[in-house]
Design a binder for this molecule. Structure first.
Ligand code: SF4
Ligand code: SF4
Length: 472
C-alpha cells in the first residue's frame, strides 16, 4: 500500500468512526404489581424463609441458642447438636448434598429456586413492596422520578430509603445474631456497648442488603450470580420452563374485546405488554427463553389475567417443556434426574451414619517435642505427652484417662478431668516404666478417655512409648 492510499483511508475514517460504549447503561425497571395463582404460591415459599431467618436466633434449645455459630469457642450449635472444626467434613457433605439437590430440582422444574426461594428474590420483593407502598403504582413512580424535586418527592424518597435501611438493618442484625448470642447482642445495643466487630458486620450486611435488594436488584441475578450462568447445563427438553406459546399467540395485535377471530385474523396475544411490565428483569418472554428469566411466573399470572378478561383460554404463557411445545411426550423420570436422586440418597445416608457415629469425646495426644524420653529422679524411663480433651456433649461430664501397652508402663497421677459442655482442655501427662524391660526401643501405647458416668463412651488414640535401646 502506498502512502497516498494510507492518507486517503485515514482521511475517510473519521466520518465512519462512532464511539461504542462497552458498558450497557442500566435502564431502571418499573414493575407493575401483579396478583395471581403463582404469586400466592410465592407467598407460601417466601414468608416461611423470612420468618425462619428472623425468628430462629431468638429460640433456645435447652440452655443454648438453637442455632449459634460460636466462632470464639469454635463450636457450631444446631438444634441440640454441637459441631466442631473437626466436623467440617459434615459441612462439606451438607454443601455437596445441597448442590445436588439444587441440580435435581433445576433439572426437574427449571429455576424454581430463583423465582420462589432465593433470598435475593425474596428480599427484593419486600423492597419492591415498600417502594410501591410509599411511591404508588408503576405510573405514579415513573411520574415521580421524572418530576422535579419538590417537598413531596423528598419526603417520599426519604421515607422509602428509611424503610429500606430499617429492613436492611434488621437483616444485618439477624445475620450477626447467628454468630453472637441474639439476646446479648440486643442488650448491648440498648446499653450502647456493642462489640466493634459485631457493629462492623451489622453495618456491612445492612449496606449489602440495602444495595442488593434496593438498588442492584435484577443486576445481581444477571451479572453476579454464577448459578444463573450455569443452570442451563442442567436443563433438558423435559425441564419445566416458562414459555410463550408462539403458535397460539402470533400474529399478535390489538383488537376489540369479543371481536370474532374471523374478523381480526390475529393470534391470542393482544400485545398489551403486561407480561413485560410485570417482569422484574425487564425482558419480553415472547422473544423466547432467556437466561435473564428467573422463573418468577409473574408474566404467567399477568397473561392469564388478560386471557380471562378476553375470555380466551388461559396458558398463553405457561409452565411447559420443550418437548410439550414440540408436541412430543414429556418424560418425568429420566436417567440424569434418577442419577441425581440416587447420589443425594447415598450421600444423605452416609452423612446420617457419620453424625450418628460421631464421638462424644474428642481426644488427641501429642508427644513431647523436646526429647524422646527422660530419666526421672528414681532412674525410671519417662515419656511426656500433651493430652487434649473436648466434651462434645450437651452436659458437663467427668472423664478418666487410662493407657494400655505391651510394656508395663504406668500413667503418672490419676488424671480425671471435669469438663463443662463444649469445654476443651489441654494438659501434660507423664508415662513411666517402673522397672527395666526387655523391649529394645519402645512399644505402642494407647490412650483412653472414658466418660465416668457412661463407660461405653470411650475415645482412644494411638501413640508410642520410647526408651533407649539399652534400657533393660
Ligand atoms: S400479557 Fe399475554 S396478551 Fe399481553 S402482551 Fe403478554 S403475551 Fe401478549
Ligand atoms: S420472563 Fe416471566 S418468569 Fe421470567 S423473570 Fe420475567 S416475569 Fe419472571
Amino acid at each position: 500500500m502506498q502512502d497516498s492510499d494510507l492518507i486517503a483511508v485515514s482521511a475517510a475514517a473519521p466520518a465512519e468512526v462512532s464511539e461504542i460504549d462497552l458498558y450497557q447503561k442500566r435502564e431502571k425497571i418499573y414493575t407493575r404489581r401483579m396478583e395471581g395463582f403463582f404469586q400466592h404460591i410465592r407467598l407460601f415459599t417466601g414468608w416461611p424463609l423470612l420468618l425462619g431467618y428472623f425468628l430462629l436466633p431468638w429460640f433456645n434449645w435447652g440452655e443454648r441458642q438453637a442455632v449459634l455459630f460460636d466462632l470464639p469457642q469454635r463450636q457450631f450449635n444446631i438444634l441440640g447438636l454441637t459441631f466442631w472444626p473437626q466436623d467440617l467434613s459434615l459441612l462439606a457433605w451438607i454443601l455437596i448434598i445441597s448442590a445436588f439437590l439444587l441440580f435435581a430440582v433445576t433439572n426437574l422444574a427449571g429455576r424454581v429456586w430463583c423465582g420462589y426461594s432465593c433470598p435475593q428474590t425474596v428480599w427484593t420483593s419486600i423492597f419492591m413492596w415498600v417502594e410501591q407502598f410509599v411511591e404508588g403504582t408503576r405510573n405514579q413512580r415513573i411520574k415521580l422520578d421524572a418530576a422535579p424535586w419538590s417537598k413531596e418527592k423528598v419526603i417520599k424518597k426519604l421515607l422509602k430509603h428509611g424503610m429500606w435501611l430499617g429492613f436492611a438493618f434488621l437483616t444485618g442484625f439477624t445475620f450477626v445474631a447467628y454468630f453472637t448470642p441474639a439476646r446479648e447482642l440486643a442488650a448491648s445495643f440498648l446499653h450502647f456497648s456493642v462489640n466493634p466487630m459485631a457493629l462492623f458486620w451489622i453495618a456491612f450486611f445492612t449496606l449489602a442488603t440495602y444495595g442488593n435488594a434496593g438498588w442492584l436488584r435484577e443486576q445481581v441475578c444477571l451479572y453476579m450470580c454464577p448459578y444463573a450462568r450455569f443452570q442451563s447445563v442442567m436443563f433438558d427438553s423435559n425441564t419445566l420452563i416458562i414459555s410463550y406459546d408462539k403458535k397460539r399467540g402470533e400474529p399478535r395485535g390489538s383488537r376489540k374485546r369479543n371481536q370474532p377471530a374471523s374478523e381480526h385474523k390475529l393470534g391470542d396475544c393482544i400485545d398489551c405488554q403486561l407480561c413485560v411490565q410485570v417482569c422484574p428483569t425487564g425482558i419480553d418472554i415472547r422473544d423466547g427463553l432467556q437466561y435473564e428469566c428467573i422463573g418468577c411466573a409473574l408474566c404467567v399470572d399477568a397473561c392469564d389475567s388478560i386471557m380471562e378478561k378476553m375470555q380466551y383460554p388461559k396458558g398463553l404463557i405457561s409452565y411447559t417443556t420443550e418437548n410439550a411445545l414440540a408436541g412430543k411426550p414429556v418424560k418425568l423420570l429420566r436417567p440424569r434426574l434418577l442419577g441425581y436422586i440416587l447420589a443425594i440418597a447415598i450421600m444423605t445416608l452416609a452423612m446420617i451414619v457419620n453424625i450418628a457415629n460421631r464421638e462424644a469425646i474428642e481426644l488427641s495426644v501429642l508427644r513431647d517435642r523436646q526429647a524422646l524420653f527422660y530419666k526421672n529422679e528414681a532412674g525410671q524411663i519417662e515419656n511426656l505427652y500433651t493430652v487434649k480433651l473436648a466434651n462434645k456433649t450437651q452436659q458437663a461430664q467427668s472423664y478418666k484417662l487410662s493407657i494400655e501397652s505391651e510394656l508395663p508402663v504406668v500413667l503418672g497421677g490419676n488424671p480425671t478431668v471435669q469438663l463443662a459442655s463444649g469445654e476443651v482442655v489441654s494438659f501434660p501427662v507423664k508415662v513411666y516404666l517402673p522397672s527395666a524391660s526387655a523391649a529394645s526401643r519402645g512399644a505402642a501405647l494407647t490412650f483412653f478417655a472414658t466418660n465416668k458416668s457412661n463407660e461405653a463412651e470411650v475415645s482412644s488414640v494411638e501413640s508410642r512409648f520410647l526408651m533407649p535401646a539399652n534400657a533393660h
